[in-house]
Ligand binder design. Sequence first.
Ligand code: CA
Ligand code: CA
Length: 753
Amino acid sequence: MHIRKHHAAYILFAAAAALSFPRSAAEPLCAAAPNPAAPASPEAASAAFPSPVSDGYAPQEAAVGLIVLFSAAASPEECSALLASLPRAEIQWHENSAALIRVPFRSASGTLGLLCASSCVSAADYDGEIEMASISEDAYSNAQWGLNNTGSYSFISDMNTSTILSVPDIDMNIPEAWASYPALVTSPREVVVAVIDTGVDVNHPDLAGNIWINQGEIPGDGIDNDNNGFVDDIYGWDFYNGDNTVCHYDADGIHTLLADSDDHGSHVAGIIGAVKDNGVGIAGVASCADIKIMVLKIHGGKNGSGTISNAVRAIRYATAMNADICNISWGTSKENRALEQAIRESDMLFVAAAGNSGGNNDKAPVYPANYPLDNVLSVTFIDASGRMSAKSNYGSSTVDIAAPGVHIFSTCVGGYVSLSGSSMAAPHAAGVAALLYSCGRYQYPANIKDLLLSTAKPIAALEGKVRCAGIPDAAAALGTISALRYDYYAPTLTFTPGFDRENLLLTVNAADKGGSGVRTIRYAPGVRELSSFRRGTAETAVIPGSPIVLTKAGKYTFYVSDYAGNERIVVYQLADDLLAPSASLSYQVAFTRKSMTVQVEAFDTQSGLRLVQYAEGAHDASYFRSGEAGKAVAMKDGKGSFTVTREGNYTVYLSDYRGNKAVQTIEVRVIPSVSMTLNASKKTLTVGKTFELLPVLSPDSSTDKLKFTSSSPAVCRVSAAGVVTALAPGKAVITVKTASGIEKKCTITVKTR
Ligand code: CA
Ligand code: CA
């Protein structure tokens, strides 16, 4: 079996591997030779075993024991010759008509086939462990120290399973949780955990029963039946290869292709949800619940490498398909805003491996584990004695918790394998989270995370190393069922329309109602169904409080959701600016009567004035050809003017930024006055006082300008508007004159006080 090497930027967090065991450990003995039907595990190509990655847990090439019973007709020499002819076989013992041989895992099924085909052999099969008392009816449950640690556990890396001493009770109290589960969880519901990883062996006997099935999709019809953008996505999707092949088997349908192993994801899947009590293999942490694994393959190739873009797509897929939890057993040192946003906009709880570099994540961040989001739980790993390994990442403010992660025995493609690393710790924690989620709908990640941390089993060696110095305690967590929070209410939306010149603006705000928090707001033009928003992963995102700029009025559908899975759509009718601008016009005739100035005061209450023009004559709006035909009126703060020299009609054209148009016409005429009266012909003032001369012209409509002059400006002066100010004792005559030649006088006598 190959081992994945760490990819520089993007790595899977399983640090060590031992070889897998044949799936067919429980196959019946083969019948007397010759038997053309080989055991179910065909032999994989014998692969060179790569150097182990240095995690402190050296992998060993797995070997398996094969027990051989010779037929009565076979001579001892024939039997010895047969055993000697077997490639890479080590004879453990050979006595009378039986032998035990040890062969590498990869040759085991082939060797078994050779034995069964030999006329010397009456029966041959895999050797096996005789079970001790165990936590479940699964063959290798004694290897699952993370679930129940009695002070020793089986480390299965070769045929001679070794027993490793450990510290009792360094475990997640899983048997206790399983025992209390039926009484505590009275109406359990299905929980979906998205495993974004390599592929997963969905046909593995220990996994098949707990693999998520897309109920909206008809397998193999080449049609995207559920219209989610993925054709025949039955178990999830393979983003690495761009198809629905979530596990890559070889031609015999059992072993993974070396170029594209799906062991890592299969291992993660088994830790969370391997089928319990089926007599084979192991049991997943959450196997007492209705657990389903959604398979999203983003890693492939020799190095198990993947891309952030595919991770983002997988997260959006899982969110759209309503998964509850997302297991992330990989990471990158590169911060990525798209990845962070995809996580923030998802209502899944992301259980993320903290890394296997032994580094301090407070100083050297690992993403996505390090994103400071309420729905991210960062998990490092410990061994069965409660110790961090030299490769366990830590961080008193960035790593939330630890979980079992050394010598973890779980499923791989066509078998089982022991792996170590934070890749194995994350699914342990995810499994406990799944137990809580199974208590009912409308829970939310922040609360589940809080409960996992607050009920953790203390581990002394983690003090000061992680935020919560412990590992998840499934029994204690289930004991807090009454503290689980539920949010049944979708957020509400408020809309504030506005204008920005030619654009319409709409500011949208959401208010949380129920406590889980607003997750995402999106919109689409027109009237849409809830489904078109794909649980908040489709259509255009809205930033609350920041105006959306729209060009068209009409109906828009808005979507809002929270972290407990509640969703709401609201159809909003966005009104356009339908009010044309208006203006008030007036004019003044110059004293010379040779020019007239038209004053324009214009208003637009919505989108705003775009253009003010004028033209000689009376016209309707079309005359101005949207501003091509008129002359500009310079406007400032809604006021402007233009000067003309001919009497007659003038039309002012106004348009706003949303295309509304208006015209207003004014008749400009010079009307001479024929007579004038003054409010006084003489007046006595004391120094410092003022007096306003009020000439009245006839006719009323006269456009004449008036000119005021003082015969003695040192005695009193007069303003252009006729206000007389007494300055010094004496007399002065104020003359008022019209352009048409009428003149009136007023004598002012100024006295001292
Ligand atoms: Ca589909
Ligand atoms: Ca099992």
